[in-house]
Write a protein that binds this ligand. Sequence first.
Ligand SMILES: Cc1ncc(C[n+]2csc(CCOP(=O)(O)OP(=O)(O)O)c2C)c(N)n1
Ligand SMILES: [Mg+2]
Length: 557
Amino acid sequence: MTLRSGGEILVANLIAQGTTHLFGVPGESYLPVLDALYDVRDRLAFIVCRQEGGAAYMADAYGKLTGHPGVAIVTRGPGATNAAVGIHTAAQDSTPMIVLVGQVGGDFVDREAFQEIDYRRMYNGVAKWAAQIDRVDRIPEYLAHAYRLALAGRPGPVVLALPEDMLAAQCDVRDAPRVDSLPIAPSPAQIAAVRDALDAAKRPLLLVGGSRWGREACASLRAFAERTGLPVACAFRHQDLFDNRHPQYAGDVGIAINPALAARVRDADVLLVVGERLGEATTSAYSLVEAPLPRQTLIHVHPGSEELGRVYQPAIAINATPREFLDALASAMPHKTSSGEAGRQAHAAYESWRAPRAVPGDVDLWHIVRWLDDRLPDDAIIANGAGNFATWIHRIFRFRSYRTQLAPYSGSMGYGVPAAVAAKLVQRDRVVVSWNGDGCFLMNGQELATAVQYRLAIVFVVIDNGMYGTIRMHQERTYPERVSGTSLVNPDFAALARAYGAAGETIASTCEFAPAFERALKNDGPSLLHVKLDPQALTLNATLDALREQGRKAQSR
Ligand SMILES: Cc1ncc(C[n+]2csc(CCOP(=O)(O)OP(=O)(O)O)c2C)c(N)n1
Ligand SMILES: [Mg+2]
């Protein structure tokens, strides 16, 4: 008989599930886990973070990058509440994730003891499952179920509460074997129906997004696209599913969509949607596709059966994972192959949408992002949060390979710094760029200390326009000249980086960016480039003054 503590059993089962990194902030509520980690530190790295929001975002990024649940561990009440942003992000982003939360012991439970929360009540609704492990001998069972659920169908977050006395208790129990996600295949009849619909289509469009992709699924997508000649569009924040340089790439269907692409989606007679939920950001607030009955013949392929028909009633609903669907479709060929003209036209419209335009000020982000597009290796990872600063990357940068874009579908700020930390920890050989706004950076800028602590050679870029620019943009359009709650007085970000122990440089003009970036790439630790953007360069299409003018005109109408 081998007696082990709850902490030891938990850690052994995390390792058995193939987890390599734990992201967390320590708490006295889970000391037996911390202690058990000591003995396995060469196999399961505990990444010490500075705030649980950062830890949970790292777990989300780990889940996105590996396809296996990212695991965060946080303490009771305050730790669990700080982690909430990452749990919501994983839910909206369909990312497999597990959050382990310390809990008061059974002796004090339900007294509202120190930092006590009932996590089942708090997180059911946002997590796929929120449970509490009350018996030490059931840890392997709960953990295996948590991994399976996080990965199943439409992936998402699972929360497990760990009562203190349960973690300290001992028992003799066997570890559960590793759980992997299960592929979901379409039926031959469904594939035949898709083939018939595509054969009859005059203006078909393929739209891809969501999770449960992988390198092989992306290769299947490319092969299928090339055989059929269909134009391929990528959903919001999923631009890395299809090589953006490909002559059939039509652009991203997201916020600030290319009007030509929006028209193509609206006018498509058959819309083949693979993996994407068709959320608000992808449908231009449910306007490109009409709810509940789309004008297009909608073929909706999604791994979560509950997502099919949730908003849109598809002509053909298929519960399948992307690769299984695409491979089944490929083997059901021959299709009518198009001349490829629609794909070429769509790609030309995409290229003209990212062609440089004049911008105000000394820093030209068109130029800088196009330079990055030339300079970065094909597998470089760009991590960003939410804000106008990100739209320059979305519109101008051409993603080339799977999991090079790490960005929250949930539109959550503060993601770019911790996501880059997780990316560099998991994929040390790849170039990792963390692309931030001034507002976004300071939401989780404390994790720069984590990058320094683990000597992660990440290039952090901060686009500083002295405001919460996105909100200011909306404000000027709707309430011109009444600036309220959107101005920021910022630190000297380069000096701040140096204070953390990273390299820091200030970029005041376009020509300074490339040499500073090259220096950062040579650095064996983190570097930060503080880019001072003219506040007039508020959007890719219009200056601050032009937006204000639009707002004035709209008001006088
Ligand atoms: C966590 C969170 N809080 C608030 C918002 C609302 N929000 C969206 S963009 C934005 C401003 C972003 O500012 P910044 O990072 O400076 O980027 P900019 O728009 O100026 O380029 C805000 C406040 C959000 N999306 N997420
Ligand atoms: Mg800003």
